[in-house]
Write a protein that binds this ligand. Structure first.
Ligand SMILES: [Fe+2]
Length: 398
């Protein structure tokens, strides 16, 4: 690894032309890595996605089902991704099912129509309660072909012999509903979830090996520092990315004055897009690393409810989260969980699930202190403005 940032070249196989629909980093170039998670049964594709270099892995899982392959949480189908899926198809049969298991996760929803066009014979299964904002558009307008689109539960369930489907929610989040449908794939003893649970580890995910720029950008103290590359800087940048993604504005982060930001930008070597021209509106306190201990595992991924999900989606719906965990813990033979973000697979059996449920049940839920203060304030503003309901379970009680 050199001391200075190298140039990473990507070819047209990583292009994603629909990126303006949801303009997140890395915009029109989506590098993809492919992994086999359970031999001959489960695979995944990972890309990066985020805002202003705050990028975390996003995952599509592929499972073997009796008639071919099922895609769970589609990703932007770049040429490289489609080519890899075609290789899998040759050995394991056609992509027969594509599942969008979330009602609210826009990052998972946007690629669905493009993935559906790439596999015109696949049946599409959607989480109930799909919604769009600012306009409530019908599914056909959102690009879902009506003749092969089904709604989970309302129109039945796909592959019931090999999959068990479990709903988290629905709960009312004001603009629409939060709901996700988890899938327990019996043959591989794997639980597939979307945003409900995540596991974070201390090493930067492998996808950053293709381009570590986001890590190196956030590993700096000031905008006038050039982007240097080393393993320890990658780890430092990763921890800061996790804090941003978890708490949006971590407590240990201060925003410097405009004067300071301007003083440090446009320095030689930084006058380029990659360095954002030296514009770096962040200042970390000395003890910033301490708060990572609560969310980042040391030797293995730390399984948790993402703070954003706990504090902004479920702050007044802990009971529904516990009910979902009760259903999960009753699954016999479960060995692992595969979330749609961060690390996967993570060892997870019924005892682990019971321990997680107890931990959640007996600790404070959705706090507003320390690292959580920004999320707490944001939730209070949304409540005061009546954007989110006081009782998120009321709308779906009957
Ligand atoms: Fe997500």
């Amino acid at each position: 690894m050199g001391s200075d940032l190298q140039t990473y070249n990507f070819n047209q196989n990583s292009n994603w032309f629909w990126w303006p629909l949801f303009p997140l980093y890395p915009y029109g170039t989506r590098n993809t890595i492919f992994k086999e998670l359970v031999s001959e049964k489960v695979w995944c594709f990972e890309q990066l996605q985020g805002l202003y270099y705050v990028a975390v892995p996003i995952r599509m899982t592929v499972v073997k089902v009796p008639k071919g392959l099922m895609l769970f949480n589609p990703l932007p189908p770049t040429k490289a991704l489609i080519d890899s899926l075609k290789v899998l198809q040759q050995k394991h049969g056609p992509i027969c099912t594509i599942v969008l298991p979330t009602a609210s996760g826009l990052e998972h929803k946007i690629p669905m129509p493009a993935m559906a066009r790439a596999f015109p014979k696949a049946t599409l299964w959607l989480c109930p309660g799909q919604w769009s904002f600012p306009l409530a558009l019908p599914l056909t307008w959102l690009g879902f072909p009506p003749n092969r689109t089904r709604t989970l539960f309302a129109d039945g369930l796909p592959h019931q012999d090999s999959c068990r489907w479990i709903s988290l929610g629905p709960i009312d989040i004001g603009l629409g509903r939060f709901q996700e449908i988890s899938c327990y794939h019996k043959e591989s003893q794997s639980l597939l979830v979307t945003d409900a649970l995540i596991g974070i580890e201390s090493e930067p995910p492998e996808i950053f090996d293709l381009d570590p720029t986001p890590l190196l950008f956030h590993a700096r103290e000031k905008g006038d520092e050039p982007l240097k590359d080393s393993f320890s800087l990658r780890k430092k940048g990763w921890k800061r990315l996790v804090l941003f993604a978890s708490y949006l504005k971590p407590d240990q982060l201060k925003i410097p004055s405009i004067k300071t930001i301007i003083k440090n930008c446009f320095k030689p070597g930084l006058r380029n897009w990659k360095s954002h021209f030296g514009i770096y509106p962040f200042e970390w306190e000395k003890n910033w690393e301490l708060s990572t201990e609560e969310i980042i595992g040391v030797k293995s991924p730390l399984l948790q409810v993402a703070p954003v999900i706990e504090r902004l989606v479920f702050p007044r719906a802990k009971s529904e989260f516990l009910r979902w965990l009760d259903e999960i813990k009753a699954i016999k033979g479960m060995k692992r969980i595969i979330p749609a973000h961060y690390s996967a697979p993570i060892n997870f059996n019924d005892s682990d699930c019971k321990a997680l449920r107890n931990k959640i049940n007996f600790s404070e839920w959705a706090p507003s202190e320390k690292s959580w203060s920004f999320l707490g304030k944001l939730d209070q503003i949304l409540l005061n403005k009546n954007i989110v309901p006081k009782n998120p379970l009321k709308a779906f009680r009957d």
